[in-house]
Every structure is written in structure tokens, then in C-alpha cells.
Design a protein around this ligand. Structure first.
Ligand code: FAD
Length: 143
């Protein structure tokens, strides 16, 4: 049984590229063993993470519970949890959305202001925005 989970969280302090790269390295080491795929998006300007995790229900639940207790972020909020027939991000143990390529108009399309704020929109809207981020900003395979 495959599931897809989307959550948002806030970094507890200003993050730099190296700290983000450390999370991605850890993900790319651990996730293949657990059959997890997904994409991580971090907005440096606002310190907001959005991450999709896909895989077996038990493995995704376990990893999400582990991530939720990570002291590097707070306000971890589950936005969507769906049973799925197939993965959308099968090619990535953990891809990274290249926010530098993001068109601000995309944020405005889904929010009241041109800013990433998954806390103020529905899970359905967050998932639609995430899908467009993946489609329009490029996905970096390596940090
Ligand atoms: P270690 O890496 O040795 O960590 C042990 C403990 O120390 C953990 O509780 C960890 O949270 C904490 N820790 C580690 N580094 C730091 C640090 N620099 N500052 C403060 N505390 C620290 N892990 C995955 O495996 N897959 C993912 O997809 C994934 N996505 C993540 C997304 C986000 C936004 C964040 C913040 C973390 C993510 N992690 C992910 C990391 C995850 O939360 C755990 O830290 C990691 O899985 C634990 O790895 P480990 O068992 O090798 O322990």
C-alpha cells in the first residue's frame, strides 16, 4: 500500500546552503533503504520547508514521525495524506526544488500575497502549488 504525505514546517533559525545540503545527504542515504521517494522544497526567504514523502504506509509514517521531532524545524503541520496507486516522484530519493528558478507569479496564483504560506491555504491548494513548483522550478538531484 503506497501513500503520499505532504507537510510544511518552519526552520528554527536562518538556514544556509550547507545545513540544507546536510539534510538532503541524510535523506539520500536513508530513504532508498526504506523505499521512500520524494521532494524537499525550502524557501530561504521565509524559512519554510515543504516536503513530499512517498512510499509504503508504515515506512512513510515512521519517517514522518522521526522528521517531526527534528529540532532543526518547528510548526510541523501535516497538509495532505493520500493513498496512491503510483508514485509521482519515483526518480528521487529526495529531490530538491530549485527555488532560485521560481516565478513569484506562481505563488500569487495560489495565495493572497506573493509569498509561500502553506499555513494559510488548504492542503489541496498546497499540493497543487507543490506539483507546479516541481513542474516549473527545476529539481536538483545533488546538493
Ligand atoms: P543523526 O543524523 O545522527 O541524528 C541524530 C539526532 O540528532 C536526530 O534526532 C536528529 O534530528 C538530530 N540532528 C542531526 N543533525 C542535527 C543538527 N545539525 N542540528 C540539530 N539536531 C540534529 N531524514 C531522512 O532520513 N529522510 C528525509 O527525507 C528527511 N527529511 C528531512 C526534512 C527536514 C525538513 C528535516 C529538518 C530533517 C529531515 N531528515 C530526513 C532528517 C531526520 O529528521 C533525522 O535527523 C534523520 O533521519 C536522523 O538520521 P540518523 O538516524 O542517522 O541520526
Amino acid at each position: 500500500m503506497l501513500v503520499r504525505l505532504l507537510y510544511a514546517s518552519r526552520a528554527v533559525k536562518a538556514f544556509d546552503q550547507e545545513e540544507l545540503a546536510a539534510i538532503l545527504r541524510k535523506s539520500r542515504t536513508h530513504n532508498p533503504e526504506a523505499g521512500i521517494t520524494g521532494v524537499l522544497c525550502f524557501c530561504f526567504a521565509q524559512g519554510i520547508f515543504m516536503q513530499v514523502l512517498e512510499g509504503g504506509r508504515g515506512a512513510v509514517n515512521k519517517l514522518y514521525n522521526q522528521i517531526a521531532t527534528d529540532p532543526r524545524h518547528t510548526q510541523v503541520e501535516l497538509l495532505r495524506y493520500d493513498e496512491i496507486d503510483e508514485r509521482a516522484f519515483a526518480g528521487w530519493s529526495m529531490g530538491q526544488v530549485d527555488m532560485a528558478r521560481l516565478n513569484p507569479a506562481l505563488l500569487l496564483k495560489y495565495s493572497e500575497r506573493s509569498a509561500l504560506d502553506p499555513y494559510s491555504v488548504s492542503g489541496r491548494v498546497s499540493m497543487a502549488l507543490f506539483d507546479e513548483l516541481v513542474a516549473t522550478a527545476s529539481i536538483l538531484r545533488q546538493p
